[in-house]
Design a protein around this ligand. Structure first.
Ligand code: CA
Length: 478
């Protein structure tokens, strides 16, 4: 019966192949987007910090590419996050201020006309999750579960107290009448729509939740997308006592607390990296890390962050407001341990993620402003990802353009500024007079870009009341 034996073994082989194929995991990568909040440019080890230890972030940097000229699209929280969540300059759809904390407002939040990175990846078959800060509207219509996220653990506002028994008084303490930050920072933690008790220090808790998510989906057939959105090290300055002890050598109490908060953030990222490694997922996970804006160094909400060698801070279009620590890591796909110095922007995350997920954006949706960074980071494409990058603040009170090494700015009532970042990273020497043709070209480019933008659809005290500068009061009404 050789024929029968052959047939039986053939069938067995066929069954093995077919069942093996069916059991095969989707080979597209997981995507992990880690965002810090108000982190200074120079406050992590891989950027040069000496007093704050971030061994896990440094390890992440060594596993991928550090983008030296990595930008965000706005220099305060919510508009910046609206930008990378949609892959579009958020001024195109009027999201140019932090939303007010108001669960009855159907206006103050990421417009429902926009689709998110989570919408796109979920449509492509990914399991999608958010752990941490939302800040894209408090009304139920803006809830993460309605904006593409299958799973949500975190809080809806722009910040949250860190210690359950604290009473975070951020802007109320600074005497701003009518500011709702206190209520916002004390709003409940949620798992999807369900209130959960507060237990332990928040950044630690978020790390536990993100780790649990990575473990829970480790053996799924589907890949996953996780947006791990810290509120640390944003105010209020609160940290775990044991972590504070590690930084006893820092004399200034506020900087000591800030250092402990950054180290706790690093510890939580380390937990997630360890979970990826222990479950064999690290090689098939594309990771992004950056801060949503520069550190607020001296002004309201200052957290003792340090942006040196950059000029400026949160709320500015100087480099210190918009250039941030920025990492991309995908072992085996993106070279390890290098730096990439062409300008890139957080808006690139969404198209890069869609490309890695081998999915195309619905052609009916509005065009993206970001680009797929993978060919650039692998070296396949040697040209610059962006001819120019643009910024606008407060509905038109300030503008900036980056083109090559040129940085042009027009802010408030100040005369135009032009800096050569190749020789003047600290933006100290305005060279408009020496290069009037460059200044004119970039002014025209800014004006042209501005014509494609919308007026703000909601206005709230700019910068969360961070900065008091000429022209702001006008745009803060009503
Ligand atoms: Ca922020």
């Amino acid at each position: 019966m050789p024929l029968l034996r052959l047939s039986a073994s053939f069938l067995l082989a066929l069954v093995t192949v077919v069942s093996g194929f069916a059991a095969n995991r989707d080979d597209r990568p997981n995507i992990l987007l880690i965002v810090a909040d108000d982190l200074g440019y120079n406050d992590v080890g891989f950027q040069g910090a000496r007093d704050i230890l971030t061994p896990n972030l440094d390890r992440l940097a060594a596993s991928g590419v550090r983008c030296t000229d990595g930008y965000v699209s706005y220099s305060v929280c919510s508009p910046s996050r609206a930008g990378f969540l949609t892959g579009r300059y958020q001024q195109r759809f009027g999201h140019e201020f932090n939303p007010k904390w108001d669960a009855t407002s159907t206006t103050h939040g990421l417009p429902l006309s926009q689709t998110t990175i989570a919408d796109g990846l979920r449509a492509a078959g990914y399991t999608t999750g958010l752990v941490g800060k939302w800040h894209q509207g408090a009304h139920p219509q803006f809830h993460p579960n309605r904006r593409g996220f299958d799973e949500f653990f975190g809080f809806l506002g722009g910040g949250h107290r860190y210690l359950p028994d604290s009473h975070a008084e951020v802007e109320v303490a600074a005497g701003k009448k009518g500011n709702t930050a206190d209520a916002e920072h004390n709003a409940p933690l949620l798992r999807n729509a369900t209130v959960v008790p507060e237990e332990g220090e928040l950044t630690t808790r978020l790390g536990q939740e993100a780790t649990a998510s990575v473990m829970r989906h480790a053996h799924d057939a589907k890949p996953w997308f996780l947006y791990f959105a810290f509120n640390a090290p944003h105010n209020p300055l609160e940290a775990r006592p044991d972590m504070l002890k590690k930084f006893a050598g820092i004399a200034d109490e506020r900087r000591r607390t800030y250092a402990a908060m950054v180290a706790t953030l690093d510890e939580s990222i380390g937990r997630v990296l360890a979970a990826l490694e222990s479950t064999g997922q690290r090689e098939r996970t594309l990771i992004f890390f950056f801060s949503d804006n520069g550190g607020p160094m001296t002004k309201r909400n200052a957290n003792t962050s340090v942006n040196t060698p950059l000029r400026g801070q949160k709320g500015d279009v100087f480099e210190g407001g918009i250039r941030v620590p920025f990492l991309v890591s995908w072992p085996g796909k993106i070279p390890a341990g290098g730096t990439y110095s062409q300008p890139v922007i957080s808006l690139d995350v969404l198209p890069t993620a869609l490309a890695a997920a081998r999915t195309k954006r619905d052609a009916k949706l509005p065009a993206l402003d970001g680009v797929d960074l993978l060919p650039y980071l692998t070296g396949a494409n040697k040209s610059a990802p962006h001819a120019r990058l643009f910024w606008r603040m407060d509905g038109g009170e300030a503008f900036a353009v980056r083109e090559g090494n040129w940085k042009w700015m027009r802010t408030y009532s100040n005369p135009p500024e032009l800096y050569d970042l190749a020789t003047d990273l600290a933006e100290k020497k305005n060279v408009v007079a020496a290069h009037p043709e460059v200044a004119a070209r970039l002014a025209a480019a800014s004006a042209e870009w501005n014509r494609g933008l919308a007026a703000p659809i909601f206005v709230n005290n700019p910068f969360g009341g961070l900065i008091n500068r000429t022209g702001l009061e006008k745009s803060s009404a009503p």
